[in-house]
Design a protein around this ligand. Structure first.
Ligand SMILES: [Ca+2]
Ligand SMILES: [Ca+2]
Ligand SMILES: [Ca+2]
Ligand SMILES: [Ca+2]
Length: 630
């Protein structure tokens, strides 16, 4: 823990630029040996440290213990190390006259040499390379670099240095007279095409998607004109095949050809937003509400027409330790993978609420202060995202603030903030209302989209490069040719609107513009030339699987896991997330698999039933296909 704190201090607060011509995969080509080790002892008097070799990934390297003599020019680096520190080393430069050179990474790049070829485990450490050129290779967590070099050795690495992402021009659905609030993408009429909803103080608007991306405003036909609201969720709550709408905690159900309001969900005092989430394990969506006086839960009775039951006390959410009496947004997800919904309540230092044996919420103790504050005009922040953000095989938590982010993950039983390793996540941004975690360039890695919630303060799109490293693509290329991204959104929903396999966006602008922004990422990986960059070529070979899930029972709060033939998790996703600030992304899940092979797809519904299906990804499989899970 100590060493991590030190490392964060060492990473300079300057704008660094990713160096596309010198990346970890390039280093692997420049050096004979790649190995990973850990510091076992430091002798400050003798200026010497010892490193136990854990794994040799490339080349031959016989010693199991390395001794490193530290030159005075490297002493600043030496003092920053501690026992247990991971070291990723590239040894033996493949260049005549330089074969004794070596390079290693401990959170900072270090240069050294092998003094005597007869003793390959006796190193000297000559300089500390704390300059931007070296940070442009990698400036994240050494443990994650260790995993990346393992993938490089296996030929399964994917760590793009260029932003393989792009969106089309905005398609404007409407210009509202006031700011848009939560938006939703969901199939309302069961034709397989995603429809669009926006909420606002002047009422919701609903569009059905017809042919050729034409959207029909059906608000009046569905009798939804008088619906001032700021949050929306869409789900089939009783298995009748008709999705119900939850507008600011009020249930609207389908009655013949239109929607009718009912009072099944009790009036929620001090409501900020309400959404559907699963709490009691019956697979019937319940209601989760953020209020100015704490978090509230209402359970679906599972009987048509019967009222939802206030279960706030039953789940321990009426206690001050769980945030009762406070004002903030609430995010939901399965933090610990036990199949039960956990919460993050964005108040003060941040409350991570997980379930005890009896299913009651308990605050996770931590000493990290997220510093969640409202802006001077009262705008909230801290709308967090649960998702495979730090790693693709485990859930972490991204928390936006009006300036900057935190990235919480569990490592060796401790809750840590790993944002200092995230590279371009540390660059400045203005307002930050909430963040969505979704794959927004169809490369199989979940990215981040932060809604500013404030007109004139642009949204932030961060591309996840894997290995805990993030890129801000707008620095390198024009990602969004239209104005919606720059104007700033309140509502954001993701889903594959045009059905090409890449997730598109519905943006509810703080200036009232409602825009569809189609993804153009797939256009850039068609008909690639032979000499295309390695990772772009991998994307050209990737396969997108759209998962179609039969029936609605247990889908809100369901988890999808895709494992390879070695049992390694390549995809971990949960349905019904990204609803923290009143938006809803209700389309089918798109999974991108970059490597061929035999996979197993597992669907764990929120009522406890599990479906598995084998999936063979090979050249014969179309680039985009659908897999139905019963
Ligand atoms: Ca539809
Ligand atoms: Ca339920
Ligand atoms: Ca991605
Ligand atoms: Ca699309």
């Amino acid at each position: 823990m100590q060493s991590y704190v030190f490392l964060l201090l060492l990473i300079p607060a300057v704008t660094m630029v990713i160096n596309p011509s010198l990346q970890p995969a390039d280093l692997a080509k420049l050096y004979d040996v790649i190995l990973v080790g850990r510091v076992t002892s430091l002798d400050l008097n003798a200026n010497r440290l010892e490193v136990a070799v854990e794994k040799v990934y490339q080349g031959s390297f016989a010693p199991t213990l390395i001794t490193i003599d530290v030159a005075p020019t490297a002493s600043s680096g030496f003092f920053s190390l501690s026992k247990g520190q991971m070291l990723v080393a590239f040894q033996g430069k493949k260049r005549k006259g330089y074969t004794n050179e070596l390079l290693f990474y401990t959170g900072t790049w270090q240069k050294g040499a092998v003094a005597d070829k007869a003793h390959p485990g006796a190193w000297t450490w000559d300089t500390v390379e704390d300059n931007n050129t070296m940070y442009g290779i990698f400036n994240g967590d050494p443990v994650r670099l260790g995993e990346l070099v393992a993938e490089i050795a296996e030929g399964k690495d994917y760590f793009p240095s260029r932003p393989y992402c792009r969106f089309h021009q905005d398609q404007v659905l409407a210009k509202l007279s006031g700011p848009a609030r939560g938006v939703a993408l969901a199939d309302l009429n069961g034709d397989g095409k995603l429809d669009a909803i926006v909420t606002s103080a002047t009422g919701a608007r609903v569009w059905l998607q017809r042919e050729n991306l034409h959207f029909d405003d059906v608000t009046a036909a569905l009798q939804l004109t008088d619906t001032p609201s700021s949050s929306i969720a869409v789900a089939d709550i009783d298995g009748d095949g008709h999705p119900a709408l939850l507008l600011d905690g009020v249930l609207w159900q389908r009655s013949d050809q239109f929607y009718e309001k009912n009072e099944r969900v009790p009036a929620i005092p001090g409501l900020i937003t309400a959404t559907f989430e699963e709490f009691d394990g019956d697979g019937l969506p319940d209601v989760l509400a953020a209020t100015t006086n704490g978090v509230r839960v209402y359970l679906n009775p599972g009987k048509a027409g019967a009222p939802f039951r206030d279960a706030t006390t039953q789940f321990g959410l009426d206690l001050p330790a769980c945030g009762s009496g406070q004002d903030g947004m609430v995010a939901s997800g399965d933090w610990d993978g036990d199949g039960r919904t956990d919460l993050f309540y964005a108040v003060g230092p941040g409350l991570l609420l997980t379930r005890d044996a009896a299913g009651v919420f308990q605050p996770r103790s931590h000493s990290l202060d997220q510093g969640i504050k409202v802006a001077s005009d009262g705008q909230r922040s801290g709308g967090a995202a649960f998702g495979p953000i730090w790693r693709s095989d485990a859930i972490s938590l991204l928390i936006p603030r009006h300036a900057g982010y935190s990235l919480l993950a569990e490592r060796t039983g401790t809750l840590e903030d790993l944002i200092g390793f995230g590279n371009e996540t540390s660059e400045p941004s203005g307002r930050q209302l909430w963040t969505m975690a979704e794959d927004l360039n169809a490369d199989g890695v979940v990215d981040l989209y932060t809604a500013s919630g404030s007109e004139g303060s642009e949204d932030v799109y961060l591309l996840n490069r894997t290995a805990g490293s993030f890129m801000r693509p707008a620095k390198y290329t024009e990602v969004f040719p239209g104005p919606a991204y720059k104007t700033g959104s309140w509502g954001v929903a993701a889903g594959d609107i045009d059905g090409d396999g890449a997730n598109d966006l519905l943006l509810g602008g703080s200036d009232g513009t409602v825009s569809i922004v189609l993804n153009a990422a797939l256009d850039d990986r068609k008909d690639l030339q032979k000499g295309a960059a390695v990772y772009l070529a991998k994307l050209g070979q990737a396969h997108i699987i759209t998962l179609s899930i039969s029936g609605s029972l247990g889908t809100v709060g369901a988890t999808v896991i895709v494992t390879d033939d070695k049992g390694r998790v390549s995809t971990l996703r949960r349905l019904g997330t990204n609803s923290v600030a009143g938006s809803w992304s209700g389309g089918p899940l798109n999974v991108t698999l970059r490597e061929p092979g035999n996979y197993t797809v597992t669907l764990k519904r929120s009522n406890g039933t599990t479906t598995t299906k084998a999936l063979r990804v090979s050249a014969e499989l179309p680039r985009h296909s659908t897999l139905t899970l019963e």
